[in-house]
Design a protein around this ligand. Structure first.
Ligand SMILES: [Fe+2]
Ligand SMILES: [Fe+2]
Length: 227
């Protein structure tokens, strides 16, 4: 599954072998960690695959190197790993969260990075996991200033929000794509990086267009909604 997501981002088997050596991030190990995520919560797992796929697609359109695309894809796959430390009763709650529950949810980036930091390659993924809920207006989970939010975290933030709006969640129904863009555009410059948001929109159009032209949905399991 991960290799298919990487392949769709122009990273083939030979590239993976090289990148595993240079970054120390082994796909087999990534797969095992993601298996634990799936075991804990299938919705978080599927969302993680979507965000990994979308972030990688955005990264190649930004003209980033294969090593950068690889690291960003893996970081995005793990962005919500901290949710495996949040009780199901909160993750699946259909009603509005109480204050204490909300405070716990806000801890998932920190808990996620703590969890992954046992691996010596984890430092490369830190911004995507720790800062993916930060905002350009400084009103994110940890009130990080915009100049301290790296590109990789901004990319995951856009892909994450898009996927969250485009999926059914216990507390909200999936939105149509137009509504989703309207909401995201309203947050351009305050929550999202405007340049990245523009490119992300082109990325999604491109993915839909390619899918339409292929006239088939064979890759649906890898790219559940967009590929
Ligand atoms: Fe998150
Ligand atoms: Fe997320």
């Amino acid at each position: 599954m991960i290799q298919q997501i990487l392949f769709s981002a122009e990273i083939g088997k030979k590239d993976v072998a090289k990148l595993e050596a240079t970054t120390g991030i082994q796909i087999r190990e990534v797969g095992k960690i993601l298996y634990d995520v799936q075991d804990y919560h299938d919705g978080v797992y599927r969302h993680s695959l979507n965000v990994g796929y979308l972030t990688a697609q955005l990264a190649i359109r930004l003209g980033l190197s294969k090593a950068e695309v690889y690291i960003m894809c893996i970081g995005a796959l793990f962005h919500d790993i901290g949710k495996t430390k949040i009780p199901h009763s909160i993750l699946d709650k259909p009603d509005k969260l109480g204050n204490d529950e909300w405070e716990l949810i806000k801890e998932h980036p920190r808990r996620g990075f703590e969890l992954i930091s046992q691996y010596d390659w984890a430092y490369q993924l830190e911004p995507m996991i720790l800062l993916h809920h930060e905002r350009l207006d400084g009103k994110g989970y940890y009130s990080v200033a915009p100049q301290e939010i790296p590109l990789s975290a901004r990319m995951v933030s856009v892909a994450d929000a898009f996927d969250a709006m485009n999926s059914n969640r216990p507390y909200q129904r999936k939105q149509n794509t137009n509504n989703c863009w309207e909401q995201m555009e309203r947050c351009s410059g305050t929550q999202f990086d405007p340049n990245l948001l523009r490119l992300f929109r082109r990325t999604i159009d491109d993915i839909y267009y390619k899918r339409l032209n292929r006239g088939q949905y064979a890759s649906k399991s890898v790219q559940p909604q967009y590929g």
